[in-house]
Design a protein around this ligand. Sequence first.
Ligand code: GDP
Length: 526
Amino acid sequence: MSELLKQLQRRRTFAIISHPDAGKTTLTEKLLLFGGAIQMAGTVKGRKAAHHATSDWMDMEKERGISVTSSVMQFPYGDGIVNLLDTPGHEDFSEDTYRTLTAVDSALMVIDVAKGVESRTIKLMEVCRMRDTPILTFVNKLDREGRDALDILDEIEEVLEIQCAPVTWPIGMGKRLKGVFDLRTETTHLFSATHGGKIKSGELIVGLDNPRLNEVLGDMADELREEIELVRGASHALDLDAYARGELTPVFFGSAINNFGVKELLDAFVEYAPAPRPRETRQRLVDPSDEKFSGFIFKIQANMDPSHRDRIAFMRVCSGSYTKGMKMRHVRIGKTVQISNAITFQADERRHVEEAWPGDIIGLHNHGTIQIGDTFTEGEELKYEGIPYFAPELFRRVVLKDPLRLKALQKGVLQLCEEGATQVFRPLKNNDLILGAVGVLQFEVAAHRLKGEYGVEAIVEAVSVSTARWVVCKDAKMLEQFKVKAHENLALDGDDQLVYLAPTRVNLSLAEERWPDIQFLATREL
Ligand code: GDP
């Protein structure tokens, strides 16, 4: 077998999707603990506060070196190499989350046993469904009183429209939690609380008829036997093909904080989750085993490390391999670049990567030429598809306190917008800079960073824009007419694409009616 095939088959690249507070951070820590990347555990926890308060988030921003390493975590597990891509927890960062989900091969869904399916999980599932991403499910917090396990499965099936195949089953819950039963191996794994950083596992009892079960579970042993019979009859069998198609999710139960049920999950994950899969480009389907290198950028983060003051573009390797010093074609700008200092994310320090394989994420230093969605190849004209920009719903004008700093402001704004969390619009009619975002926190962050990183004191103020649409028209003449008539409402985005800024929804509807041959697009695919 070729080295490429061997390496790519070891790779598992995934993200955790969940509603805030379900236990994503805790589970991540435990996964890293099992993966032997223990020093990362504290890092993840430290970042945690960022999910909740603006001020904390900004403080964390100062420690950018930390947040970048934890946004991609690579660790070995058994024979496998696991790449875990973190998705920002805050509602405001959903665009970044969506794009991150385009870079994974599968996802792990965490559900709080007391709360069941929550709003953000529903949204994230919708995104996963666009690419039929295979999903594994972990029902968390069994050490607390929650809902009946069958109830939870029903809810997942109904609300998320995906079949459930339980792989482990809880024995008791809350104070009565005794363990989980593994339906594949007929093994009972007894619960023992292990707070903190230790890996300790409870007793394993093989066989459902094992008399030892009666000794430790008492009356619950027979209850378990009956329940398992019921569960086997009532739920879907584990069908890995259906899992691979995104139609069925294998379900695990446990308690992340107690490190319980996590090993079962990770073992199964490495076994079931898909290795890097073929991907669509505008030109053709690219197989990861293609010898020629290719990859795309799904995220850009600026000034991550104050001592480096640079921007890093995150690239998912899709085919072939990266080796240090190789030449790549940056397809959009048609240039060949030599990459000798890509970074990898194996520990909580930056390390220069010697090689990377399909499924891996590498970080490229970006001096302003790389954009989200860009494809890199070994020469072929390819364009990876499906990395979206969404029309923002919130808009603010950036106003300088010191007008002489205009140049610095423009530079800062354009660079921040390259990261994709905020977008910039420059009206054709004047020199305003209008920021658009999906969440209001983004504006504060932008102002804070303009000051901290570019030395520009700016405030953001209300502006009468309620929504934006990218404007496309096949008929060049018609487009010219439109540009004249709608001049007042038109702007250019950070990539010089034409955008219609609508003061009201009604105004947008009227414009759409009046110009039936003009397309008003709510997303721009890169
Ligand atoms: P995230 O917002 O999804 O990243 O959630 P966290 O991992 O930060 O967890 C949210 C809260 O739930 C924290 O207070 C955790 O300590 C707690 N938590 C996580 N896992 C468990 C668990 O298995 N049992 C209990 N009782 N609490 C948990």
